[in-house]
Write a protein that binds this ligand. Structure first.
Ligand code: DC
Length: 228
């Protein structure tokens, strides 16, 4: 039996999470956030470094990385060594370490194995940077979701403020631009639009309008019988 999949790729803070969750809930698909897996690795590496008191190599941290992903009615939970770390994933420090670690082939290979199991067992909406290009190259629908950097930084900054992070808007914009650059210039599985992905620029759109655009793409795919 084959399953349906929607791949949502795009740069930092384009709204991938909001859209992927909305689509998953609307279509009854499993929501999978692959960025959270890279972030989990970053949390693990930072923990180890705190324990040891010095910086350690990515390959060494990977040896003791024990990741579990649990789905429940509240969505995806990320466990390291059985401990739920979902609430620790979104700090600026974790973002930077995750971005750096994601350029390492050993990390990508380890996470790719886990990521590819999910669409083989469920209908999924999966978000990340390389879903349409590497993780599910035969996804039923591929969307490349983007927006102007200033608009994305504004959204991310507001989100961070509500979580008590004190970075200024300018710092948030600079970090976002650095991550955009790093994500799209790394050698392995860089952030890029798959040839058969549909570009959705949501700079001028509300959340609901963006969801409607993607749902319309999904429905037209279904009508044309273009389901893989
Ligand atoms: O989507 P995010 O910001 O939570 O992702 C965190 C980092 O992980 C991001 O800098 C790029 C990396 N990432 C990746 O390389 N490939 C993915 N499929 C998902 C995320």
């Amino acid at each position: 039996m084959s399953y349906y999949s929607i791949a949502i790729d795009g740069p930092v803070a384009a709204g991938k999470t909001t859209q992927a969750k909305a689509l998953a809930s609307r279509l009854g698909f499993v929501y999978v956030d692959t960025g959270a897996m890279y972030r989990a690795f970053a949390v693990h590496k930072l923990w180890l470094e705190k324990e040891i008191g010095e910086e350690i190599e990515v390959e060494r941290a990977l040896r003791t990385f024990d990741l579990d992903i649990v789905q429940d009615e509240n969505g995806q939970h990320i466990l390291i060594w059985g401990k739920d770390v979902t609430s620790q994933l979104r700090t600026p420090e974790v973002s930077m370490v995750a971005s750096k670690a994601s350029a390492h082939s050993a990390v990508r290979e380890a996470l790719l194995k886990i990521q590819q199991v999910m669409p083989s067992m469920n209908n999924v909406v999966m978000e990340g940077r390389d879903i349409g290009t590497v993780v599910i190259p035969n996804a039923t629908l591929k969307v490349f979701l983007t927006a102007k950097a200033e608009v994305r930084a504004q959204r991310r900054w507001k989100e961070q403020c509500s979580h008590g992070v004190t970075d200024s808007y300018e710092q948030t914009l600079a970090l976002l631009q650095k991550r955009d650059y790093d994500d799209s210039h790394r050698e392995i599985a860089p952030l890029e639009q798959a040839e058969d992905a549909v570009l959705v620029d949501c700079t001028e759109m509300t959340i609901q309008e963006t969801t409607n655009v993607i749902l319309a793409l999904w429905n037209s795919k279904a009508k044309r019988g273009g389901m893989n």
